[in-house]
Ligand binder design. Structure first.
Ligand code: PEP
Length: 254
């Protein structure tokens, strides 16, 4: 059976405890009749994961982490492991977000370790890839993305039960209001698929990876991305922090 599209709200480090709780409750109250045509997940800041998990209990909303470490336990000050996230009820972890690649210097090797650890922990990785404005200007977009895919996934084998989500998130489209042209976003998922075919047997590449788009998604443009074929979900940053805007996006897809 086809997987319903995933709408993943990335609340980044934008909301304090009160605003996070209010948003979670607002979503729960509005989405009790969501149905099975769409999956909604929210990624609050790490300190609020436990509280949000409790607030959305009994609703169809799933919990996601904005990050994950690559070891299950140990002397890693400040880090959070897969088993810990699982205990809090997380279903997904965003990995390789461009903000972490840029500000925290996360490399493709780190990203790979995180993807593997998420999978070993029973958490679905949402692997983000995408080119910067400069890389795009220089005509290097496809090369950059193929390298990100190859280096993040070498040696990692997904399965029917443990799929990997890959989000094409052009860095220049994140938080800028300049969303990528939907046709180009779709073409880029084809580039990603061709990189996957270099790594995996065709049926694994076809069946065990789900493509998403992220970058200035809003209520008015979301339907032009999610076609349930080449793009089966979106990551929503800014617009997911405002209840009415996020609901508008969810209902446009649902
Ligand atoms: C993101 O941070 O993953 C994102 C897509 O942000 P925005 O929707 O604000 O562009």
């Amino acid at each position: 059976m086809a997987t319903p599209p995933l709408i993943l709200g990335n609340w980044k480090m934008n909301l304090n405890r009160k605003k996070t709780g209010d948003l979670a409750v607002g979503l729960k109250n509005s989405l009790h009749d969501l149905g099975s045509g769409v999956t909604v997940a929210v990624a609050p800041s790490m300190p609020y994961l436990d509280a949000v998990g409790k607030l959305i209990e009994g609703s169809p909303i799933k919990l996601a982490a904005q990050n994950i470490f690559w070891e299950p336990r140990g002397a890693y000050t400040g880090e959070v492991s897969g088993p810990m996230l699982l205990e809090l009820g997380c279903s997904y972890a965003i990995i390789g977000h461009s903000e972490r690649r840029i500000y925290l210097h996360e490399t493709d090797q780190i990203v790979r370790k995180k993807v593997r650890h998420a999978m070993d922990s029973g958490i679905t990785p949402v692997l983000c890839v995408g080119e910067t404005f400069e890389q795009r200007q220089q005509g290097n977009k496809d090369v950059v993305i193929m390298k990100q895919i190859q280096e993040a996934l070498t040696g990692i084998v997904p399965s029917e039960k443990a799929k990997i989500m890959i989000a094409y998130e052009p860095v220049w489209a994140i938080g800028t209001g300049q969303a990528c042209d939907p046709k180009e976003a779709r073409e880029t998922t084809e580039v990603i698929r061709s990189a996957l075919v270099d790594l995996y047997q065709q049926h694994i590449a076809d069946e065990n990876f789900i493509m998403m788009y992220g970058g200035s998604v809003d209520e008015s443009n979301v339907s032009s991305y999610v076609d349930n074929e080449s793009i089966c979900g979106v990551i929503v940053g800014g617009a997911s922090s405002v209840l009415e805007k996020f609901l508008g996006i969810i209902f446009a897809v649902a």
